[in-house]
Design a protein around this ligand. Structure first.
Ligand code: MN
Ligand code: MN
Length: 470
């Protein structure tokens, strides 16, 4: 090769460095950050174990917020930078506000994440006895692959309002030594016909029946349903409830499994409910650690996302507008001015590339474990239907936040075009006239009873939120 040609090649390499772009692997780029990520995720795992339902997630986030100096929001209170307040919406959604240096009319920094996860709810009248077993009828909440919920140890969580108005919180199956619950599946020896069903019917909705007891109440003979009565007696002993009280209750069954490390290198976390409590926890930590932000930050943990965000604790409701109106009132800011000048991170998970199911991903636009938070320009299905689709300007601002703070990040779509799809709550903020984009953690086995994330991604998502808030 002549010298001239060699130099040309060097030029090509330089040009390539200048013009091409690829996403970085945090473990390769900043291996020393693994220790920090690992430590951060100890708090995250503990949070997951105490926040298995939307109500528990609000309680746990509120406990942490109160410890960090957040007090109950009072519309009459004076506005001053550094003040922090919380608004608890019915114990199922939570808003945290950190008052900033700039006036509200210059906009606020929203970070919104959802704290509900797919699960099995009890039907309103759930308890029955059949052929000597006591069982609960369920109705699934959110998108699940039903077959995954059979033969998985389950815990019972919920809230019951007794006839006299007393509220009782239920939790069975989380503590060591407590019983758990289970949905049966057919033994392989007799599953010839079942095995020929399509996968989505592996277990059908009406087959998601939870086993709650098998011993009769024996003090009297000729009782009509002694197994059912035994379960009612035990529930009454423990919680003072009767069968009618199921109609005044919200009882949810979730996997009893605790959050654990995954892999020989302990680089990942396996747990139920990481969609979207991974964004709740990272946003919570970022809010708690933001002292006196330039712009007021409003961190919203919302309910109902998994069933479409409708209802008065969901993002499609007026919940946020009412809170924001109260926030604006004292300073005389017009809400529409505030919205128009605000920025919003819609924080939700994305599908991590899975080599075992590579064919549903388009590798150039898929997110990978350990490549940092995923910036998602649009979600939706087919031709971006029901998507917020962030503008170039909005993308530019968020990329700048992250890169100025050395946050390694990546971009990703939810699978191949026309392969499927899904939405987030981004559109509800876009519809409020707020510049919004999605950012969150890549997850393997999303919506399964046991989801997997990478510790470095969790830690870097928290770093991204901090960069956005400061
Ligand atoms: Mn989801
Ligand atoms: Mn989600």
């Amino acid at each position: 090769m002549s010298k001239e040609k060699k130099d040309e090649k060097k030029e090509g390499k330089k040009l390539s460095e200048k013009l091409t772009f690829s996403f970085k692997h945090i473990g390769r780029e900043n291996p020393e950050h693994f220790k920090k990520a690992d430590k951060f995720c100890e708090g995250y795992k503990d949070f997951l174990d105490h926040a298995k339902t939307e109500r528990e997630c609000v309680s746990e986030a509120l406990r942490i917020a109160k410890e960090a100096g957040y007090t109950e929001f009072d519309p009459e209170a004076e506005y001053y930078p550094g003040r922090r307040a919380y608004y608890n919406n019915r114990g199922k959604a939570l808003i945290l506000v950190n008052y900033g240096e700039k006036p509200l009319t210059e906009g606020v920094r929203f970070n919104i994440a959802h704290l509900d996860s797919p699960r099995l709810d009890l039907k309103p009248f759930p308890l029955y006895e059949q052929d000597e077993l006591a069982l609960f009828k369920t109705h699934y909440y959110g998108g699940i692959k039903k077959y995954q919920w059979g033969t998985t140890p389950l815990a019972m969580h919920g809230t019951v309002i007794l006839a006299d108005g007393t509220r009782v919180d239920i939790s069975i199956g989380e503590k060591d030594g407590e019983p758990k619950f289970v949905i049966s599946d057919l033994l392989i020896h007799l599953a010839g016909k079942q095995q020929e069903r399509p996968l989505k019917e592996g277990l059908r909705g009406e087959e998601l029946n939870i086993i709650v007891g098998s011993i009769p109440y024996m003090e009297e003979e000729d009782l009509k349903e002694p197994m059912k009565l035994m379960v009612l007696k035990l529930l009454n002993d423990r919680y003072g409830m009767t069968e009618e009280d199921f109609l005044r209750a919200e009882i949810e069954f979730v996997p009893a499994q605790k959050a654990v490390d995954i892999g020989m290198d302990r680089s990942m976390i396996g747990a139920y409910g990481q969609d979207d409590r991974v964004c709740v926890y990272t946003a919570l930590m970022a809010a708690v650690e933001t002292e006196k932000p330039e712009f007021t930050t409003v961190t919203v943990f919302t309910d109902k996302e998994e069933i479409g965000s409708d209802g008065n604790t969901g993002m499609a409701s007026r919940m946020l507008d009412h809170f924001m109106e109260d926030l604006c009132e004292k300073s005389g800011a017009k809400l529409r001015e505030v919205y128009k000048h605000s920025l919003c991170l819609s924080s939700d998970v994305n599908a991590a590339y899975d080599p075992t199911f590579a064919d549903v991903f388009e590798k150039h636009n898929a997110s990978f474990l350990n490549h940092g938070p995923v910036l998602t320009k649009y979600t939706g299905s087919r031709g971006k239907s029901s998507s917020n689709d962030a503008s170039a300007e909005t993308m530019a601002r968020f990329i700048r936040f992250m890169e100025d703070d050395g946050v390694i990040w990546q971009a990703g779509e939810l699978g191949k075009v026309d392969e499927g799809g899904g939405g987030t709550i981004a559109m509800f903020m876009g519809n409020r006239d707020v510049d919004t984009v999605d950012l969150g953690v890549a997850v393997l086995s999303m919506h399964a009873p046991f989801e997997v994330t990478a510790k470095l991604d969790v830690y870097y998502t928290y770093k991204a939120y901090k960069a956005f808030y400061k």
